[in-house]
Write a protein that binds this ligand. Structure first.
Ligand SMILES: Cc1ncc(COP(=O)(O)O)c(C=O)c1O
Length: 388
């Protein structure tokens, strides 16, 4: 066998994704594409705002020379300035372009953050239920993962986090609004966590960094913006992208932002610039950096997602399936009526609705539905839930 043992093993762990995909393909062949209701993928369906298309044309017709060359690894100064200024309008913590590294989506922001911070054997706390890629990102850089459960309503369990801190803890990855639950963590929870991490530093001398993964920051269903640990805890790196807020995940544009005054600030930013290079990203796409520079205040029509959330949520309620109402992102994470979530997901598939078992997100007994899909898919799924 020529493929690495480690990758072969990891692929086995991720095989449920492939199984779901293959199962979906079989069903689509059997019943026809239109008659299978696929709620598995978190692929944004709301089109980018008009301003995005206008800006694409503007950038495409720019006349200056050198627009497509290499650049500093951290990205263009003017784009980083625009990102810093837009974030600082919310956070008011004195951000400037020097705190921002433009990245190839949130995924690359997370990877350069982890790579810059961990030595082999250091631990990363991952909060379950979790975005499954976090485990692979930890593994990419030789870190040990430590899974900490949320409360039963998917809130941060500060006591559990506290119990899992030790002399090897280097990072806690947080994700709010959350994939897969749609929950938004509270400011109060962040304040408690910040206190707990400060106490830990006081007693052990070890800094624990929060890496706050916030690609759904603007996909929220109330008038208030989602709180962020970035505005509360000094040692935070914010990772985000325009995949969801502009609806352009395929364009791979995001950013990592280091909080001013965090421990080792200058060295950390230099390390992230170095890691974006050595991990082979080199720099974020030049064209997209220019495009998003002027779009920092634009967002897709969140109202479209809200309507889909409401329809599916009501259908689940009618079917007697317990579910927490998501406050953001575009996922529902209901309790599986069958204790065995895989069995229940198979039953849904027999009824031509494709969902993902909660086990894949580190919380068995649940399943995930993505409602970033067209209305036909939502209608079909609602019909099946009503029938069930
Ligand atoms: C929680 C979370 N983090 C990170 C990502 C990756 O985002 P990007 O496509 O910007 O790399 C996703 C994508 O679905 C996600 O759901």
């Amino acid at each position: 066998m020529s493929v690495s043992k480690a990758v072969t093993e990891t692929m086995k762990r991720a095989s449920w994704i492939r199984k779901m995909f293959e199962h979906g393909m079989e069903l689509k062949k059997k019943y026809g594409e239109k008659n299978v209701y696929d709620l598995t993928l978190g692929n944004p369906m709301v089109e980018p705002p008009e301003a995005f298309k206008k800006r694409l044309l503007e950038v495409a017709t720019m006349e200056e020379k050198g627009l497509h060359r290499y650049m500093p690894n951290v990205g263009y100064e003017d784009t980083r300035k625009a990102v810093a200024e837009a974030l600082d309008r919310d956070f008011k913590i004195g951000l400037n372009s020097g705190h921002v590294v433009m990245t190839v989506g949130a995924a690359s922001a997370l990877n350069i953050s982890v790579k810059s911070l961990v030595d082999p054997g250091d631990e990363i706390i991952i909060i379950a239920p979790f975005f499954p890629e976090y485990r692979f990102y930890a593994q990419n850089h030789g870190a040990e993962e430590r899974i900490v459960e949320t409360t039963s309503d998917f809130r941060l369990n500060i006591n559990e986090i506290k119990n899992n801190l030790n002399s090897k803890t280097k990072i806690i990855i947080l994700n709010s609004p959350n994939n897969p639950t749609g929950v938004i963590y509270s400011r109060n929870d962040y304040e408690e966590l910040a206190q707990c991490l400060s106490d830990h530093k006081h007693s052990t001398g070890r800094t624990v960094y929060i890496v706050s993964d916030e690609p759904y920051r603007k996909i929220v269903y109330s008038d208030k913006r989602a709180p962020s640990p970035f505005e509360i805890y000094q040692n935070t790196i914010l990772c985000s992208s325009h995949a969801k807020d502009l609806g352009i995940p395929g364009e791979r544009i995001g950013f990592a932002v280091v909080r001013p005054g965090c421990d080792g600030e200058d060295l950390l930013i230099n390390a992230m610039a170095f890691c974006i290079r050595t991990l082979g990203f080199v720099n974020a796409p030049a064209f997209m950096q220019r495009v998003v520079k002027t779009l920092q205040d634009e967002t897709v029509a969140v109202e479209i997602y809200r309507k889909k959330r409401d329809r599916l949520y009501q259908a689940l309620q009618k079917a007697g399936i317990e579910c927490i109402m998501p406050e953001g992102a575009f996922y529902l994470f209901p309790k599986s009526p069958d204790k065995d979530d895989k069995k229940f997901v198979n039953k849904l598939a027999e009824n031509r609705v494709l969902a993902v078992p909660g086990s894949g997100f580190g919380r068995a007994g649940h399943f995930r539905l993505s409602y970033c899909c067209d209305d036909h898919t939502i209608d079909g799924a609602v019909e099946v839930f009503e029938k069930l």
